[in-house]
Design a protein around this ligand. Sequence first.
Ligand code: NAI
Length: 215
Amino acid sequence: MDRDNKVSITVIRRLPKYYRYLGDLLRKGINRISSQQLSKMTGFTASQIRQDLNNFGGFGQQGYGYNVDELYTQLGKILGLDKSYNAVIAGAGNLGQAVANYKGFEDAGFKVLSLFDKNPKLIGLKIRDIEIRDVDEMGDYIRRNNVEIGIITTPKENAQDIAEIYMKSGIKAIWNFAPADLKVSDEIVIENVHLNESLFTLSYFLNNKSDYSRD
Ligand code: NAI
């Protein structure tokens, strides 16, 4: 695999979509697919797909297409989905509870070990089997339980404080839902999820249909 050159972020952001479609194909028992067929499913052009996958060594064969099982497994490895990760959630309100409630993350290898909050009324409650603990205990808990991913679902005013606790206690990656631009050290990877931005983009296309494309 040629990994000397950095793969562009736009390519990386398409990989989860390929992975999802390949998983659907596997579940339907389809084990071979051409880039043209993948193009129809994903909305990306066939040459785009070939180029994207070539970044990682090009899994297809001329005249055959792609072996779905093999490509799915390889993409899973590239995305780091062949491992499992421990995560915690800071902020056990509406969104924090919803994230904890979704078993799909755990099925994909991302296990939420605990939620943390500062509201005494929430501390001690459980979401599925996941306990809500006092945020004051969060640093210690992270250090003792090999937690790599910290999720932030507190109000934006508290998000930087949570990020500081995460950094001090050895968290490696932050999945941030708070609408705040967090300052974190270079060793930490951070991914911001802003449903609002997606909604506002939808609104733009609703009002400017001629600009719309599925790519
Ligand atoms: P919420 O008010 O239901 O929950 C926030 C929770 O954080 C509360 O339980 C509160 O006690 C707790 N909290 C506050 N300060 C804390 C601290 N220092 N340590 C630990 N816990 C603390 O709010 P909701 O609706 O769940 O939203 C949470 C966050 O997610 C907000 O920042 C909101 O803007 C954001 N949000 C983001 C979305 C997105 O697309 N990224 C979508 C919806 C909400």
